[in-house]
Design a protein around this ligand. Structure first.
Ligand code: F6P
Length: 364
């Protein structure tokens, strides 16, 4: 009997999602003779049973497209706003899975998606996931698709900011995405030659950042690029956050409205650096630019590799796994081990050591 596979994309969009949809879909259809359908807008579309046929020519011509042809959302099966109330819609999702006679659901997403996918596995569904996010913070995979493209965009931005910082003898504080992980800021900071890199994993002392900038000025370089991860914290902010988290131990601290909080911190840092160095400072927030447009060749390759590996896994009847990137190959890792884990930058990571090796300050 022909097997039917469902695909959805969930969480923030990422370059390479369409390449992955194509990889899974084409391998399932042409190699294994499976029937493939898409669900629109993540778990919400599955809950509302909004489908999209993925047969015929629809998977052709999407390899190079940014975004996701399926649409996405951050909705969670067990906490979904419906008619003004937040409801557990897991049962409806399970019912729609069976109504569509699915043999497996493939969920393409980041850390949040892995957790939601595990819940659906626990509700009895056959699930396979792929790791996507520009943040590169999914556990147990070497990398995630979307990261390489965002790295290229953020590096290009730093390159461009260099010439204007140089011409005006200014500090440019460039805020780079990554949520609570510093991979993107660290990678782009190294590749773009930022003078200071600030990441959440290494709380900074603003006077130490200012000292690094003043030392450059003394050496005849009265301009600096500060690459700050959106989740980076000063040592005071970090300590305050620890205290607040300890106080709310029983109750998980409410997720802040991220972008505004991040932007406020970046503006504050730029102002502090002006005062401490006597140089003009300008903030630049790269924001969603980093998620837009054509995926890089490396992301297309990774998404295709992982997508076709997902099809092989399904054909072998193996469910409950995330297809992780391991060197030149891929490895199925149990969802139970991935979900709820965040891969952050170890402060002694080789990238950090390399950056320090070329004289980059981490403000610590
Ligand atoms: O997880 C990807 C990401 O771009 C983060 O880097 C960022 O903090 C967040 O999503 C932004 O979310 P949204 O697109 O919902 O504003």
């Amino acid at each position: 009997m022909t097997q039917t596979i469902g695909i959805l994309t969930s969480g923030g969009d990422t370059p390479g999602l369409n390449a992955a949809i194509r990889g899974v879909g084409k391998a399932c259809q042409t190699h294994y003779g499976m029937h493939v359908i898409g669900f629109r807008d993540g778990f919400r579309g599955l809950m509302e049973n909004r489908t999209m046929a993925l047969d015929g020519d629809i998977l052709s011509g999407i390899l190079t497209l940014g975004g996701t042809i399926l649409g996405t959302s951050r909705d969670k099966p067990h906490k979904m706003p419906v008619n003004g109330k937040v409801m557990d819609m897991t049962e409806t999702i399970v019912a729609n899975y069976h109504a569509n006679q699915l043999d497996c659901l493939v969920c393409l997403g980041g850390g949040g998606t892995q957790k939601n996918a595990l819940r659906l596995k626990q509700a009895g569904l056959n699930i396979v996931t792929l790791p996507k996010t520009i943040d590169n913070d999914v556990a147990l995979t070497e990398t995630t698709f979307g990261f390489d493209t965002a790295l290229g965009i953020a590096t290009d931005a730093i390159d461009r900011l260099h010439s204007t910082a140089h011409s005006h003898h200014r500090i440019i504080v460039v805020e780079i995405m990554g949520h609570r992980a510093g991979w993107l800021a660290l990678g782009a900071g190294i590749s773009g030659g930022a003078d200071v890199i600030l990441i959440p994993e290494i709380p900074y002392d603003v006077t130490s950042v200012a000292d690094a900038i003043k030392a450059r000025k003394r050496k005849g370089k009265p301009f600096s690029i500060v690459a700050v991860a959106e989740g980076a914290l000063s040592q005071e902010e970090f300590a305050a956050q620890q205290v607040a988290a300890a106080k709310k131990k029983e109750k998980k601290p409410k997720e802040p409205e991220p972008e505004l909080v991040y932007a406020e911190r970046t503006l504050k840092l730029a102002r502090q650096l002006e005062l401490l160095t006597g140089l003009e400072a300008r903030p630049t927030i790269l924001g969603h630019l980093q998620r837009g447009g054509t995926p890089s060749a490396a992301d297309r390759l990774l998404a295709t590799r992982l997508g076709t590996a997902a099809a092989d896994l399904i054909a072998a009847g193996q469910f409950g796994y995330m297809v992780a990137a391991r060197g030149e190959t891929s490895l199925p890792v149990p969802l139970d081990e991935v979900a709820g884990q965040v891969k952050i930058v170890p402060p002694d990571h080789p990238w950090v050591a390399s950056a320090r090796g070329v004289g980059t300050s981490f403000g610590d």
